[in-house]
Design a protein around this ligand. Structure first.
Ligand SMILES: [Zn+2]
Length: 209
């Protein structure tokens, strides 16, 4: 099991205080080709996101602090009302990440952060054995937001090889081989691409029809 410590959080949306647990330790083995970690002692990802039992707000610990004076709080309140939260409802990891991504778009998080949340939703979806459609939908959205992040120049030059590799691999998994190849090919044009990343790219490329 991952290691936890107890923590009380105050919801930035409804001001409800509740007890939760922060992850303070976990073990990762290898990573899959879309960077999904293989955790050696259980998946800690769901516990990085905290769900307000009163209103259904979902966020990282830092979000609970950062959103407290947020200018888009009214929009966020109406979003949460539209999701018809039932007090005390339990959410699995994939659903937590999908909701956190949706909330992120409402409060104006950077596209790169939203993309990362949708990517982690696909990992949880797989680990939790959800139907493939759920994973594919989140994967499509991850690609969309990674592309928006690229268009808005949110990534540093050092991050570009990994971002193009990831978009390529996500598109390959979605069956969009043309877009996968375009992104895999970018690794030959960029500077400072780690050799292991090109090896991973070549392996995934060889799986394409
Ligand atoms: Zn709340």
């Amino acid at each position: 099991m991952p290691e936890f410590t107890d923590k009380e959080l105050k919801c930035p949306v409804c001001a409800h205080k509740f007890a939760t647990r922060l992850v303070i330790g976990f073990n990762i083995g290898e990573k899959e080709s879309d960077f999904c970690p293989r955790y050696l002692d259980g998946n800690p990802l769901p516990n990085f996101l905290h769900v307000c039992p009163e209103c259904g707000f979902v966020g990282f610990e830092a979000d609970y602090r950062d959103f407290a004076d947020h200018r888009n709080l009214d929009r966020l309140k109406s979003l949460l009302q539209g999701l018809h939260w039932q007090k005390g409802q339990q959410l699995g990891g994939a659903e937590r990440y999908r909701r956190a991504a949706l909330i992120g778009t409402y409060v104006g998080k950077r596209s790169a952060e939203v993309a990362d949340l949708f990517l982690q939703a696909t990992w949880c979806s797989r680990m939790e054995g959800e139907p493939d459609d759920e994973e594919r939908n989140a994967r499509r959205k991850a690609v969309k937001y990674f592309e928006l992040g690229l268009a808005a120049e949110e990534f540093s030059p050092d991050d570009l090889p990994v971002v193009h590799y990831l978009i390529g691999e996500l598109c390959r998994r979605l069956g969009d081989t043309a877009k996968a190849e375009r992104n895999f090919a970018r690794l030959d044009e960029l500077e400072k691409v780690e050799p292991w990343l090109k090896e991973w790219r070549d392996k995934q490329r060889s799986l394409m029809p």
